[in-house]
Ligand binder design. Structure first.
Ligand code: PMP
Length: 458
């Protein structure tokens, strides 16, 4: 209300300029390190780090709990938390202690030998997520990749099904979307696909059971790979009945169901598998469960395990050497020790209650800001995590959510917040709470966000 979109666009450009200048002026050391990085492709350790707003990333000096300090001495309330990699907080004491004990007191970080911790962690994952048998990886991407191979193996089917605008890591088969006419196509920007991914993958629309059934009806889908809520195109929550409907259709058409809770774990100590009572055939998780140490895991049903074992025994599937499932460092002593400490002592039910209460305060505060300023925006909460989107009502599908993305507004908010000591995740308008997040950080975040809105609409 009360402003034209052309006036708003020009105001936004000016505000971004002001924030970019302030960002650069206050961070000469980060800027200089970035400018002098001659041996890093894109000047960053991984090319996606150029996604931080402001033209160069902050360089990390220290981090503790929910706070990060950059090398220019600025301290931030960190709501990015490594895009869930640090959901447990930065270097939480039990994890740091377990790492020290493993690496220094005992010694032995990677030895190709199991430690006692692995069975403890697998038992805890079973208790939380229901699947009886587990294997470890070093990333959620690898967990998805290897699980998809097992699914193809046991079903004898070639394809997978994913939802349009989902993200499951750099898994070749998943880079597919539906275009405006509902046709599957390679996701724009897909880097060097070996084959057109529409050959390997069928695509359906989230919250649209008819599209799932149409895709499965071909009879060639080994496994449906999905998050229980989309979290990589804003948060798109499942409508009532949708997840049950997907599970029913999977059973009816002989496809397996893989639930990837790498992000939705924020919903609670047992993720949305717990809150929604899901019963997937395969379960994938990564990032957060190692408290920052690289790790991932996939759980499988007894039925899948028996079928894989039979195919291994007959020589059809090589699961213990170079058959395509496994990584040398997977399940190493250090990452298993970190997972045990994280799950046992940090990402506990009690801490999830605290984190979720803070995220609820944040979500309600944001809704009040949208209402006060009559902004047609929405925010969706998934337990300890909440993300806002420039649309109301909230998008129901990946395509609807993609259509309301606004890179300019994102850059403005990310920079405005960073310049005032608040970090949120690049690629997302996501704020995540960890056990060390304080109520005053949440109120501070809301205050700065409202100032940004006030400036924008002035
Ligand atoms: N699954 C989901 C749902 C994710 O959001 C991500 C990463 N954002 C991954 C898998 C891949 O995780 P990683 O990059 O750590 O392998």
């Amino acid at each position: 209300d009360g402003y034209s979109s052309a006036a708003l666009a020009s105001r936004l450009t000016d505000l971004i300029d002001t924030e970019r200048t302030a960002y650069a002026q206050a961070r000469p050391r980060s800027q200089a390190l970035f400018a002098s990085a001659e041996h890093l492709f894109g000047r960053v350790p991984m090319t996606w780090m150029t996604k931080w707003s402001g033209g160069f990333p902050l360089y990390l000096d220290r981090a503790e709990g929910a706070r990060v300090t950059d090398i220019d001495g600025h301290s931030y309330a960190d709501f990015a938390l490594g895009d869930t990699g640090a959901m447990a907080g930065h270097s939480p004491a039990p994890v740091a202690e377990a790492i020290r004990a493993r690496a220094i007191d005992k010694g032995g970080i990677t030895a190709m030998l199991p430690t006692e911790d692995a069975e403890w962690v697998a038992g805890e994952l079973s208790r939380r997520f229901g699947l009886p048998l587990w294997s470890f990886t070093l990333s959620a991407t690898d967990a998805n990749r290897w699980a998809i191979r097992l699914a193809r193996l046991v079903t004898g089917r070639r394809k997978i099904l994913v939802f349009s605008y989902s993200y499951h890591g750099s898994v070749d088969e998943t880079f597919v979307i539906l275009d405006e006419d509902g046709r599957a196509q390679s996701r724009p920007g897909n880097v060097g696909p070996a084959v057109d991914p529409t050959e390997t993958t069928r695509v359906a629309q989230f919250n649209d059971l008819a599209s799932v059934e149409a895709a499965l009806a071909h009879g060639d889908v080994a496994v449906i790979v999905t998050e229980p809520a989309l979290t990589n195109i804003g948060i798109v929550l499942p409508e009532p009945g949708f997840l049950d409907g997907v599970a029913d259709l999977a059973r009816r058409y002989g496809s397996l169901l893989l639930i990837d809770e790498t992000h939705t774990f924020s919903a609670g100590p047992s993720g949305m598998t717990g809150t929604e009572g899901l019963q997937p055939d395969i379960f994938v998780i990564g990032k957060s469960i190692g408290g920052g140490i690289p790790c991932g895991a996939y759980g499988i049903s007894n039925d899948i395990a028996e079928r894989v074992s039979a195919l291994a025994a007959s020589g059809t599937a090589d699961i213990d050497d170079v058959g395509g499932v496994g990584g040398t460092l997977a399940g190493n002593a250090l990452s298993t020790a970190a997972m045990r400490a994280t799950l046992g002592e940090v990402l506990t039910a009690t801490n999830f209650d605290r984190m979720t209460a803070l995220a609820t305060t944040f979500t309600e505060g944001m809704r009040e800001i949208f209402a006060r300023h009559r902004l047609p925006w929405t925010i969706q909460q998934l337990g300890a995590r909440a993300e806002f989107r420039y649309a109301s009502p909230a998008p129901r599908t990946g395509n609807e959510s993609a259509a309301v993305a606004d890179a300019g507004l994102d850059e403005y908010f990310h920079l405005y917040l960073a310049n005032r000591g608040v970090l949120i995740t690049p690629f997302h308008n996501m704020s995540l709470m960890c056990p060390a997040t304080r109520a005053e950080d949440v109120h501070g975040h809301l205050g700065v966000f409202e100032d940004a809105v006030t400036q924008l609409l002035a």
